[in-house]
Structures are given as structure tokens and as C-alpha cells.
Design a protein around this ligand. Structure first.
Ligand code: ATP
Ligand code: MN
Length: 511
């Protein structure tokens, strides 16, 4: 045991013994209750001295002169034969606490084993720091080594590893400043989303992850089955016989909770979903994942304008929340990852979004002096290059495009009187492109059924969806925000794989 440690233990014992004398005095007086009270205080004080304090809490209100215990992972270690400085991080904040060690007071082998990446507990006194870069430091009395990190093999030795390399060590990348910041912000955003909707009287609705319907009518879904893949039962016409499968029908992982969300909204009023969604699309882009999280509010009695107002207010609320609550992490990302980050976040909250129709956007794009990789024309879907031109070069702020051709949008969107367009809205963001896709929903039974037939979808798959239009239908609207695209925007990370802990993309499901 370290000698300071022995002193600490001796102090504690003498403290208890002193009070013990009080107990005996008290007992003579017959006040048993008081003795028990003293005993509890002793234990309480001991626990306080020994209890771990998180570094975030320690730095926010440092009690100079107090004894503290911190636990965390060593970021750097430097010094000479007399004194060692350790930068310790416990994940609670991007900021480290400096540990000062008088080398002669500790066993040589212990100090040798404490290298970058090692996990330690430190008890010591909180003192003012005269060094640069910090106001306080901990003068170590006792160090406990939980886990070594062999300097020969620990992958996070030096700074400046590439993002690609970090993805290969996703189990360790949390320990870097960048990913610590990203995942703390991700948490804060998830919390803010629930807070925003709760404060507005929305209900969080859990829609199914395994589904029997394909919301978009697109063939981009992952099958869910318990069938033996080496022996798949077939019907006479060679199609798969799903009757023997677990659910007795074809099932998939959901691509969106919207259809079920609508069912909730048409009774609860305002609901939102926030869950994982899955798309087996083979898009190897910096904005697509095969598994991503989506927030989908759905509101009864909202028209498209109400829908746009909500989307704009919601996005601005989240950015403001991040600016107010994730200052240290955002400043770090602004300095290290993207020098325009804070400027861009502030610009979005301080400007109203442009709202134009798809048709107007096509006019702007066709008259722009630009060479496009993908052609522009009325009826064609917009590509990221077009979306980003509108936002980053033409308007220089977020843009909401509405009234898209019905051919390029889903069956459930409300049809306009022109017979050509639907009440869709896509919110386009700088650096991202589409961040939200939404619409006013078709609430008229006949129009919805016609559209299902026109698009050659299976009417019987949507019987329950159609019934909500048959019984007490109501105008309603909603949208989907891709959570990771939002985190990309807020953190300035350029690849979506770096804002989800364990990304799933084509040919990649490690960890
Ligand atoms: P995109 O054209 O960019 O592929 P989409 O039109 O397929 O988007 P929607 O079906 O409207 O997107 O989904 C709503 C939101 O979900 C999008 O605005 C986007 O933020 C997000 N999103 C869609 N697909 C993905 C994906 N593969 N990975 C991550 N987020 C996605
Ligand atoms: Mn898509």
C-alpha cells in the first residue's frame, strides 16, 4: 500500500475511534439513538471521500482542497523522473483532468504500466493548477490500475488517425475526442427530440420493427424469416410458400413507421415515432445507411403549411438545443473537424427557410450555368448535387421544396387539383441535401384507393390503412427526419458512418 494511502486509512480510523468515544459517552447517558446517528455520519463521510466523481461535475464546481476520486482512461502521460502528469478522461465531458504524481511516492512498476489507453482510479487532493491549459489538477495519493493498454499494440497511440481507420476499430473509437463528442451530441439530440414533442403534447408511439407491409412500395426491404434457407418451401408456381414461415406470411424489417403512425394520429391527435428503420438499398454514399434511425411525427388536422412550420421549428429547436447544451463538444468539432460548423448552425437558426415548389426549383436548376452529372428536367427526381446547389449556392439557406410530380413520390401523398403533383415537402440542408421528407396525406378514400391501384400495389395489404379513410377520416400530415443526417449536420461529420456507433452498410455488419 502506498504510504499516503496508509495515512488516509489512519485518519479515517482515528476519525471513527473519536466518534466511538462519543458513542460510549452517549450510551452512559442512555441516548442510543444519537450514537447510531454519529455512526451513520461516519459511514457517510467515508463514502463521500471514496465515491467517484465524474470529471464533468468536478470541473463545473471544483471544491479546491477537497479529497476526490476520479476514474477514467489515460489520454496522455508525460513528465520526468520526479513528476508525472496524466491527462485523464472519463467520457462525461470532452475535457480531461490533469493528475499530478510525485514519482518517488509510487511503485515504479505501477507507473510504468500506466500508459495511453490504460484505465485507472485516482484518489487525491484537488488543487489549483499553475500549469497551462487547466485551472485545477489532482495531486494523486493513491492510484489503482484497472486495466493496462499495451503500448506496443494499443491502436490509438498517436493522433490524427483517418476516419476510415477509426471505422475498423469502432469498438475503440469512442475513446477519441472526436467520437466522444459526436456520441455525446447524439445523446443530447435524442433527448431534445423527446423533450420537444413531449412539451408540445405529442405522444411517443412505438410502431413495429417487423412489418407485413412495404410502406413505400419499393423493393428495398430486408426479409425476416425463420425458414431453412437451404430448403425453402415453394408453391406450385415456384413462388415462396410463406404459410409455414414464423408469421405465416411474408415479413420484413420496417423502412418507416409512418403508416402505423398515421393510425395513431387519427385518434391520439399528434404522435411521433423514433426508432430504427432498415433499407436494403445498395447506396454506398456518405448519406445512406442500411440501418438508420428516423423520427416521424404525424399530426391530425395539419395541412402542408402547418407541416412545414413544424418541421422548421423542430429543426431550429434541435440546433439551438445543441448550441446551448453541447458547447464544449461543438467548439472542439468546430476547431478540429469543420471550421464553418458553428457559423452554419447559427445561420440556420437565424434565417427562415426558403419555401418553393418543385416546379420553381426545376426552373432555377435549368437556367443555372452548371454542368450536372445527372440531368435536370420536370418529372425527374432531384439528386444530391441539385439539392445542394439550391441550398448552398443559390439561396444560401435551407430550402423546402413542395408539390412534386406524383410519379416520383409515394402513393399516400395528397394529390393536388392539377392532377400532376402531390402535396410533398422535402427539407434540404447545407452539406446534407434532403434531411426531411414529408407530405400532407391523402385522406379521401377513393383517391387513395385509385392511387394504390395505379401504382400496382396490393390493395389487400393496405386494408387497415384504407379503413382509417373509410371511418372518420381527417386531413393530416407528417414527415420523417433521418436522425443520423441531423447528427451529421449538427456535428459537421462528413460521413454518416461516423455518427452512428456501429454502422450497417453494404458488405459491412462488423461489431
Ligand atoms: P434519399 O433520396 O436521400 O435517399 P429518401 O427520399 O429515400 O432519401 P425518405 O424515404 O423520405 O428519404 O426518408 C425520410 C428521411 O430519412 C430522409 O429525408 C433522410 O433524412 C432519411 N433517410 C432516408 N434514407 C436514408 C438512409 N438510407 N440512411 C440514412 N438516412 C436516410
Ligand atoms: Mn432513399
Amino acid at each position: 500500500m502506498h504510504k499516503n494511502n496508509a495515512i488516509l486509512a489512519a485518519n479515517c480510523i482515528s476519525f471513527i475511534v473519536e466518534n466511538q468515544c462519543d458513542y460510549q459517552k452517549d450510551q452512559k447517558n442512555g441516548t442510543f439513538r444519537l450514537t447510531f446517528y454519529y455512526f451513520c455520519i461516519d459511514i457517510f463521510l467515508l463514502v463521500i471521500i471514496m465515491k467517484r466523481i465524474k470529471i464533468k461535475e468536478l470541473l463545473s464546481a471544483p471544491a479546491i482542497g477537497s479529497d476526490v476520486t476520479v476514474k477514467g482512461w489515460v489520454r496522455t502521460k508525460r513528465g520526468n523522473k520526479n513528476i508525472t502528469f496524466i491527462s485523464l478522461n472519463d467520457g462525461s465531458t470532452i475535457n480531461n483532468v490533469q493528475i499530478v504524481i510525485d514519482v518517488p511516492d509510487f511503485e515504479e512498476n505501477l507507473l510504468k504500466d500506466i500508459s495511453t489507453g490504460a484505465c485507472i482510479a485516482v484518489k487525491g487532493k484537488l488543487v489549483e493548477s499553475h500549469g497551462q491549459g487547466q485551472n485545477i489538477e489532482i495531486k494523486a495519493n493513491e492510484i489503482n490500475l484497472y486495466g493496462k493498454a499495451d503500448a506496443e499494440t494499443y491502436p490509438l497511440q498517436k493522433k490524427g488517425h483517418s476516419m476510415e481507420f477509426m471505422r475498423e476499430i469502432a469498438h475503440l473509437r469512442f475513446r477519441t475526442n472526436t467520437f466522444g463528442a459526436v456520441f455525446r451530441i447524439r445523446h443530447a439530440m435524442a433527448y431534445a427530440i423527446h423533450k420537444y414533442f413531449n412539451d408540445k403534447g405529442f405522444f411517443y408511439l412505438h410502431t413495429p420493427i417487423i412489418t407485413g407491409s412495404d410502406c413505400e412500395g419499393a423493393g428495398e426491404m430486408f426479409h425476416v424469416t425463420t425458414m431453412d434457407l437451404n430448403n425453402i418451401p415453394k408453391n406450385e408456381d415456384k413462388s415462396v410458400d410463406f404459410r409455414t414461415d414464423f408469421f405465416g406470411k411474408e415479413t420484413n424489417l420496417t423502412v418507416s413507421g409512418q403508416l402505423e403512425g398515421e393510425l395513431g394520429a387519427l385518434s391520439l391527435g399528434d404522435i411521433y415515432t423514433f426508432g430504427p428503420t432498415f433499407r436494403a438499398e445498395n447506396s454506398n454514399t456518405p448519406r445512406h445507411l442500411a440501418e438508420f434511425w428516423m423520427i416521424e411525427p404525424e399530426m391530425a388536422f395539419y395541412d402542408l403549411d402547418d407541416n412545414m412550420d413544424l418541421a422548421e421549428d423542430f429543426l431550429k429547436y434541435l440546433i439551438r438545443y445543441a448550441l446551448e447544451n453541447c458547447k464544449d463538444d461543438l467548439e472542439f468539432l468546430n476547431n478540429m473537424i469543420d471550421k464553418d460548423l458553428l457559423g452554419r448552425l447559427n445561420s440556420v437558426i437565424n434565417n427562415s427557410f426558403v419555401r418553393i415548389t418543385y416546379t420553381e426549383a426545376i426552373q432555377i436548376l435549368t437556367s443555372a450555368e452548371k454542368k450536372w452529372e445527372y440531368p435536370v428536367g420536370w418529372g425527374r427526381d432531384l439528386q444530391a448535387e441539385h439539392e445542394r446547389f439550391l441550398v448552398e449556392e443559390h439561396f444560401k439557406r435551407p430550402v423546402i421544396l413542395t408539390d412534386y410530380p406524383k410519379e416520383i413520390k409515394a402513393f399516400y401523398m395528397k394529390q393536388n387539383d392539377d392532377g400532376k403533383t402531390v402535396r410533398a415537402m422535402d427539407v434540404l440542408f447545407p452539406g446534407i441535401g434532403e434531411i426531411i421528407g414529408g407530405s400532407q396525406r391523402e385522406e379521401i378514400y377513393e383517391s387513395l384507393l385509385n392511387r394504390i391501384k395505379e401504382m400496382k400495389l396490393k390493395e389487400k395489404d393496405f386494408w387497415w390503412y384504407l379503413e382509417t379513410r373509410k371511418y372518420g377520416t381527417a386531413p393530416h400530415s407528417g414527415f420523417g427526419l433521418g436522425f443520423e443526417r441531423m447528427i451529421q449536420f449538427v456535428t459537421g461529420m462528413s460521413n454518416i458512418r461516423d455518427v452512428i456507433p456501429f454502422p450497417r452498410t453494404p458488405k459491412n455488419a462488423e461489431f
